[in-house]
Write a protein of this length. Structure first.
Lengths: 241, 241
DNA sequence: ACGGATTACATAACTCGGTTATAGAACTAG
DNA sequence: CTAGTTCTATAACCGAGTTATGTAATCCGT
């Protein structure tokens, strides 16, 4: 009943190596032989610990959601829930921008074996856990939305429904930007994402002026966070180093 | 200088078979041997006509954009540009719902060889043409947005920027819905997509009442179109059967 | 402490799928 | 009709996921 008497860390090292090689060398680096060589074991380790490459990739996808949740969790709650939503959007986008290959896998894009067209057909246990972590990340947006409704910034509405709107818009922007649309660098943020956030906030009940101020507040908070991170030497999420 | 004296239709048949097998059997059906067997040729045909599977997959992706553009083109222009935007959203969503596997490839998800993480690194000619077709589809949204601005339904704004907001939201919803979120069936449309459209329209300058009426008009038009298609026997886009 | 059972792992072989080498067939041009 | 080019089939090659098998290490009950 206890199927892991040996608690070696080979499994964890395989996942870690997978994420690192994925970020550095792209999806084609996610190969059983390459991973085994990197960790210093044989390819059998993949099968004893995961049962196959598919489950390992699902575990990588789950790690992406965990990383995403960590990014969103780092955005604390201020007195301005709409500004918090803007900050969540920036964090979501930054997470994907820093590890595009990882999130390409996490979001089901470029599944290295060509499997898993939709997240619906989840066969492995790791895949189901990944979906669970995805809901965890979504919960951050729901909470901020709920506060925006409760404080009167947004019209009374179902917070899940409103948050799903925000999530759709945010996810769509990030996906399209990662696919190369909206041009390189940060310009997509200023030209599309922030105006999109203001549009949504206003549409959900906020005033243009208040939404604009919240966007500015989030921008300032972001700048401060960026400067702080630069000084402390990349103490953010990226698990590299 | 004329590199195709023999104008056999093997190339077209390969692409057609690829799309059909993809829709029916998922990404793992996109294999050189399976395609060749289906068309009745040898695997060499893939290399004489495309140079490799990667270019063939890019051609499939391009076909997805062409199909998407055809769906959007079928949505004509009425006197209510905001209703037209809702209709475009329904068409966009319907296209993806009917051929999820195809658009998983088109949008860069589940690239069957694990290649092409982002659409940025386009190596094949077919891939560049696919990106071009993508902009073609986007143009439909831009035109409707421009009319909404010109007629005063939306605030004065850059139509590309406003359309990019709509596109992000729409694409995000469709992607997340195809990934299994928002539940099965049509419920995501009523609970998320239409409210999202109203939110965006209001945020872009429309009134809640007018946006709601436009959403209703688009719903009626959609019902009419659905009924008409059912009667004429699926004369829409889906090339199945 | 000891012996059986279980787990983790290495080696090597198997399978499948993309690709390539090569030779022949078909078509066009002159 | 001959020459050249394109297309195609056959067969082999190669890389990557997977599996079979043997072995060392660990755990557990006595």
């Amino acid at each position: 009943m206890s199927p892991k008497p040996r608690a070696t860390d080979v499994r964890a090292r395989l996942v870690e190596a997978a994420i690192r090689l994925l970020d550095e060398n792209g999806p084609e680096a996610l190969q059983a032989r390459k991973l085994a060589a990197e960790v210093g074991v044989s390819t059998m380790a993949v099968y004893t610990h995961f049962g196959g490459m598919a489950a390992l990739v699902d575990e990588v996808a789950r790690a992406g959601f965990v990383t995403l949740s960590a990014w969103l969790a780092e955005v604390g709650e201020t007195g301005d829930p709409v500004a918090d939503i803007f900050s969540l959007a920036r964090a979501y986008r930054q997470a994907v921008a820093e590890q595009p290959q990882l999130f390409a896998v996490t979001f089901g894009q470029s599944a290295p074996g060509g499997k898993r067209a939709t997240l619906s057909d989840l066969t492995t246990e790791e895949g189901r856990e990944a979906a669970q972590e995805g809901l965890e990340a979504f919960a951050h947006i729901v909470r901020a939305t709920e506060r925006a409704i409760r404080t009167g910034r947004f019209r009374p509405a179902d917070e899940y429904q409103a948050a799903a709107q925000l999530w759709s818009a945010l996810h769509g922007f990030v996906t399209l930007e990662a696919s190369g649309h909206f041009g390189p660098g940060e310009q997509g943020i200023d030209h599309i994402l922030i105006p999109l956030g203001i549009t949504l906030a206003v549409g959900l009940g906020d005033t243009v002026e208040q939404a604009g101020r919240s966007a500015e507040a989030a921008r300032a908070a972001w700048r401060a966070w960026t400067a702080r991170r630069a000084k402390t030497g990349n103490a953010g999420q990226g698990e590299n180093d």
